[in-house]
Ligand binder design. Structure first.
Ligand code: NAD
Length: 300
């Protein structure tokens, strides 16, 4: 099967690599030359542009930072046409980026007008899950598109959910990430409190993992440096899931809340914490670096 993959960052790179490993014929494109080279060395074909990459593909997958990038890619930008206007065949389009449900519905409706099937399929599981091929895909779109996408998604993930119509994947993903933002900041807060009161962060983490405070952030993504081997915290918060992307997702949760007159006090608090952390120059660090916000001026 011929796949076009656009967006080879922290997540897209390993996801596309897993498609190559599964024996699929993968052509890739990214604005970053080094990202394209890395995939070429894994056995993918190089696309010279987004337009060239998708020609002849049966499935197009995008993994971009935010809604503006996804709209620009498919609908066009600054007067230039988007992919939907340059496609000569009718591939299934799967956007795995985390964007607003409204953006997903806008692109999905434009695709439908041209007779194209579009799915929003945001993921959960982090860079570790992308590398291991164990991501959770949360898919919005029609049942036929979902069934067509499933074998391709199974080459990159373990749990493939059909959340509902287009946009539903994003709603579920945004709820999940709002909870993750709350859990990560809460975990960082608890660790900082314990250390300030004489606890060893590793001992405290182990106790909380086996107690009722255990959660994904603590169990597999510990934010305290040196506690967990291989964690972003243990490599100076480089790579992983960037603070700016978490701030974006908490902003999406806030927009959803406004639009539905929902109250999200914990999500709002987390959004403010990550926005402040980003404003202090940490937007390009992994989101678990929120730990340093609680350690400001602390030499421990
Ligand atoms: P990233 O910033 O590492 O990668 C994005 C890539 O897209 C970059 O390589 C960039 O060069 C490329 N790009 C941007 N615009 C492009 C364009 N017009 N054409 C081609 N390439 C373009 O981001 P990421 O961490 O891989 O995240 C991607 C998406 O997945 C985001 O929406 C994020 O919220 C979501 N997500 C990330 C994680 C994570 O742990 N990193 C987990 C789940 C979901």
């Amino acid at each position: 099967m011929k796949i076009a993959f656009i967006g080879l960052g922290n997540m897209g790179g390993p996801m596309a690599t897993n498609l190559v490993k599964a024996g699929l014929d993968v052509t890739v494109f990214d604005l970053s030359e080094s990202a394209v080279q890395a995939l070429e060395s894994e056995g993918a074909r190089r696309g010279e542009s987004a337009e060239a990459t998708v020609q002849g593909a049966e499935v197009v997958i995008s993994m971009l930072p935010a809604g503006a990038h996804v709209r620009g890619l498919y609908l066009g930008r600054d007067g230039a046409p988007g992919l939907l206007d340059t496609l000569t065949a009718k591939p299934l389009i799967i956007d795995a980026s985390t964007i607003s449900p409204e953006d997903a519905r806008t692109v999905g409706a434009a695709a439908a007008k041209r007779g194209l099937s579009y799915l929003d399929a945001p993921v959960s599981g982090g860079v570790g899950g992308a590398k291991a091929g164990t991501l959770t895909f949360i898919v919005g779109g029609d049942a036929a598109g979902f069934e067509q996408a499933k074998p391709v998604l199974e080459a990159m993930g373990k749990n493939i959910f059909h959340a509902g119509d287009i946009g539903s994947g994003q709603v579920a993903k945004i709820c999940n990430n709002m909870l993750l933002g709350i859990l990560m900041s809460g975990t960082a807060e608890a660790l900082a409190l314990g250390v300030k009161n004489g606890m060893d962060p590793a001992v405290l983490s182990e106790i909380m993992k086996q107690s009722s405070g255990g959660n994904w952030a603590l169990n597999v993504y510990n934010p305290w440096p040196g506690v967990m081997e291989g964690s972003a915290a243990s490599r100076d918060y480089q790579g992983g899931f960037l603070t700016d992307l978490m701030a974006k997702d908490l902003g999406l949760a806030w927009e959803l809340a406004l639009g539905s007159k929902s109250s999200v006090p914990m999500g709002s608090q987390a959004r403010n914490l990550f926005a402040l952390h980003s404003a202090q120059g940490n937007g390009g660090l992994d989101f678990s670096s929120i730990q340093t916000l609680y350690r400001a001026g602390d030499s421990s």
